[in-house]
Design a protein around this ligand. Structure first.
Ligand code: ATP
Ligand code: AH0
Length: 383
């Protein structure tokens, strides 16, 4: 058994999700025990700076180095906090903070480009714990998207012997892992996964816009639930290329960020929507993009959908997904015993554990990589 810390800050840029887990086994016998999970919010200043850089603000190399150090420091502190009342962890898997992602295929002949900062060597130095970081670059080097990486972990923690499942993450961006029933002898090769598009990025930006910054997200989806979606707009927005592009595919705030929302707001002017109607419409875009991608790119609809990520707490979003997907049953990973809040952090603990054992972490049929590869750079502790 290995005690591992998993750290990630996602596209919502709200803070660091940290977990301390005991991991044993390797793949089919993989087992995790969640000892502790916590979210450590970024300071407002750090979060604003990261968000500005994600949205294309110019930054000097010296500022980038300072930002990289500052993020590594708060990640290291998160690691020290999460293990405070436990014996020291043996390994850290740190996803870091994504600040730029250019999916493979976007620039002819160049491959993808992906950058997560919060350097692992500084985390290792500050915590005294060997740290694995930069998980996405090896997959990109092998011709893949570098995302999503969680599906292989989902496969071993969340697949079911008899039932086919989709694990749908609703973070800033949404992603799916389709897991055939394990009784199917070809279940592993038939796993699929991709980024489904915006989950909460546009909803959050619209909430901040309409509340003049007083609210950052739509708690429980209550604001959207008080409005009515405009189906014409949803249909228009769904014509966007990304939703029709066949997997492998990945995306980020580079596409579904503030400029995208500005175009949505402009298109909505003709319909004179109230803020509640607009939020209902953006929530419906998330729902419709997920349902459309399942109907278009899966061999068959799954029997169950397990939600995770912050959007799994958006009751309105969950109800709309259930209404559009029935008879598929929509629940959360919590309902099958895996924390919906901390699944991504747990996944990066597992990916680090696999890297340490020299077990590849990517699924080529998901990311489009030419082969399975070891994910992550190892940063030892130098005494
Ligand atoms: N109680 C809630 N009600 C509605 N929405 C919520 C609630 N709690 C969190 N969220 C939404 O979930 C988002 C954060 O989700 P999460 O932490 O999974 O994203 P992330 O990990 O940053 O993103 P990604 O998975 O794209 O990297 C918030 O920005 C908010 O929109
Ligand atoms: C570049 C990057 O950080 N992408 C994230 C982001 O957040 C959700 C979606 O976009 C996802 O596919 C990916 O993360 C998850 C953890 C993954 O790789 O599985």
């Amino acid at each position: 058994m290995t005690r591992v810390i998993g750290l990630i800050s996602g596209t919502s840029v709200d803070g660091i999700d940290a977990v301390l887990v005991n991991i044993s086994g390797t793949e089919l016998d993989l087992q995790i025990e969640l000892l502790k999970g916590a979210t450590y919010p970024y300071s407002e200043a750090l979060s604003e700076q990261i968000m500005a850089v994600c949205q294309g603000a110019a930054i000097s190399m010296a500022e980038l180095a300072r930002l990289d150090d500052a993020i590594a420091q708060v990640f290291a502190q998160a690691a020290l906090n999460i293990q405070a009342s436990y014996p020291s962890a043996q390994l850290i898997g740190s996803h870091g903070q994504n600040i730029y992602h250019r999916p493979a295929g976007e620039m002819e002949g160049q491959g993808g480009y992906t950058l997560q900062i919060g350097r692992g060597d500084l985390i290792a130095r500050l915590t005294g714990i060997p740290t694995i970081s930069n998980f996405r670059v090896a997959d990109v080097a092998a011709g893949g998207q570098g995302a999503p990486l969680v599906p292989k972990v989902d496969a071993y923690l969340l697949s079911h012997l008899e039932k086919s499942r989709c694990v749908q993450n609703l973070g800033g961006i949404g992603n799916v892992a389709y897991l055939p029933a394990r009784s199917n002898p070809h279940w592993l090769e038939e796993i699929r996964g991709w980024d489904t598009g915006p989950a909460n990025t546009l909803i959050d930006l619209a909430v901040q816009h309409y509340s003049n910054g007083a609210q950052s997200y739509d708690e429980g989806g209550e604001w959207a639930a008080s409005g009515t979606p405009c189906q014409n707009l949803v249909d228009e927005w769904l014509r966007q290329d990304f939703f029709h592009q066949a997997p492998p595919k990945s995306t980020g705030r580079e596409l579904f960020g503030s400029q995208y929302l500005a175009r949505c707001l402009l298109a909505a002017e003709a319909y004179r929507l109230s803020p509640a109607d607009m939020l209902a419409t953006l929530t419906e875009l998330t729902v419709a993009s997920i349902v459309h991608s399942y109907q278009t790119f899966l061999p068959q609809l799954p029997e169950q959908v397990l939600l995770c990520g912050g959007g799994s707490k958006n009751i309105y979003l969950k109800e709309r997904l259930q209404a559009r997907l029935q008879p598929t049953v929509v629940s959360t990973t919590d309902d099958v015993g895996l924390s919906a809040d901390f699944k991504e952090a747990i996944a990066f603990a597992v990916l680090a554990y696999w890297r340490n054992l020299e077990i590849p972490g990517n699924l080529p049929q998901v990311t489009g990589a030419k082969q399975q590869v070891l994910l992550g750079h190892i940063h030892p502790v130098y005494f």
